[in-house]
Design a protein around this ligand. Structure first.
Ligand code: TXA
Ligand code: MG
Length: 325
């Protein structure tokens, strides 16, 4: 497996060649690293599912090279689509829209909708525009595991399963995109992410999901996801850390030293954006330490804090489900 500097044009050319041959390539985005294939080539897309061991019922996001590409792949667009694209694209917002037939069924798991986003990371945009086709890409982690925010994470997680990782540095946001779908009277948040509910609500009405109108699954509907290998327990603070052979993932600097063997602080000043940017890399790091359990401190559920807590709850749920047999 090669790791190449994604800011180098020859690396982009190498990646485009692989993609044109129906191969898969890991590349950086501003949220997390993605594992990409030509979205219009169903055989190439199948390789993503194999490399990730991802179940075929879980649909993929396609990454676009321009705002206007949405008209090539989306149909019957809600007027809110344009409003959101103008405000947040390129950037970490994914929109679920009616799909055009050109999008293969394997991408959407047979749904009539497709998830689209235009990333803002320079390397991602260069890759997509050089290929001149949309790139289907989930996060570049084995299914259910924590998402990678650095090239080295991807290399560690998918070693031997992919030919190339483009290195674009640490992902700026560190948490996946926010996913929305559309109703007549507003947008529904299907996954909390890098764009906060408050930011969305500033430009469109945000409404609660009507279950019956929401075909397909989103990660929020799977029993667990985004989970480290080690069991994870959410706690209120340092006082709730009871065992020494543990790691403590603190939101801010704790008032007293924890008894844990390992401590990581997401943001010394308690800044939620900084905490999000450090979240997955800290979890991956702690998962590799010699401890039996990871204690994670709650973060305030405002702004991007909602997305962090959504992922912590999913990770904790895995522990509960596994220990219940
Ligand atoms: O930030 C991100 O969104 C990253 C980067 C690489 O772009 N991608 C990412 O992809 O997080 P993934 O596959 O790990 O999560 C996307 C989720 C899928 O799990 C799926 O459940 C949901 O989006 N999804 C995709 N298409 C959908 C559709 N048509 N309807 C409902 N949910 C959909
Ligand atoms: Mg993922």
């Amino acid at each position: 497996m090669e790791i190449l500097d994604g800011f180098d044009n020859s690396a982009i050319l190498r990646a485009v060649t692989l993609l044109k041959e129906g191969g898969i390539v890991a590349f950086p985005t501003e949220t997390v690293y993605g594992l990409g294939a030509d979205a219009l080539d169903p055989y190439a897309v199948a390789k993503i599912f194999e490399a990730k061991r991802r179940p075929h019922f879980d649909p993929l996001i396609i990454h676009l090279g321009g705002k206007d590409w949405i008209f090539r792949y989306g149909d019957n667009l809600s007027p809110y689509v344009q409003v959101l694209a103008d405000r947040f694209w390129p950037g970490p917002l994914t929109m679920i829209v009616q799909k055009k037939p050109v999008i293969p069924d394997i991408v959407t798991a047979g749904l009539s909708t497709v998830a689209v986003r235009m990333p803002s990371h320079e390397v991602a945009l260069k890759l997509i525009t050089a290929l001149d086709r949309p790139i289907a890409a989930p996060s570049a982690n084995p299914f259910g595991y924590v998402s990678p925010t650095r090239a080295a994470h991807v290399a560690g997680m998918l070693k031997g399963r992919i030919p190339l990782v483009l290195d674009g540095g640490s992902s700026r946001y560190g948490i996946e995109s926010t996913i929305v779908s559309f109703e007549d009277d507003g947008v529904v948040i299907r996954r909390h992410g890098s764009i906060s509910e408050e930011e969305l609500a500033d430009c469109v009405p945000v409404i609660q999901a009507v279950k019956a109108n929401q075909p397909g699954i989103s990660p929020g509907e799977l029993p667990f996801h985004y989970a480290p290998m080690k069991p994870l327990v959410i706690v209120r603070g340092v006082k709730d850390v009871k065992t020494e052979r543990s790691a403590f993932l603190a939101f801010r600097v704790p008032e007293t030293a924890p008894i844990s063997k390992q401590l990581r602080v997401l943001s010394e000043t308690g800044d939620l954006k900084e905490a999000a940017a450090n979240f997955f890399s800290s979890l991956i790091d702690l998962d590799h330490q010699d401890v039996d359990v990871i204690y994670a401190e709650r973060v305030p559920e405002s702004g991007i804090g909602k997305a962090i807590m959504e992922r912590l709850r999913k990770a904790a749920k895995k522990g509960e489900i596994l220990s219940a047999g």
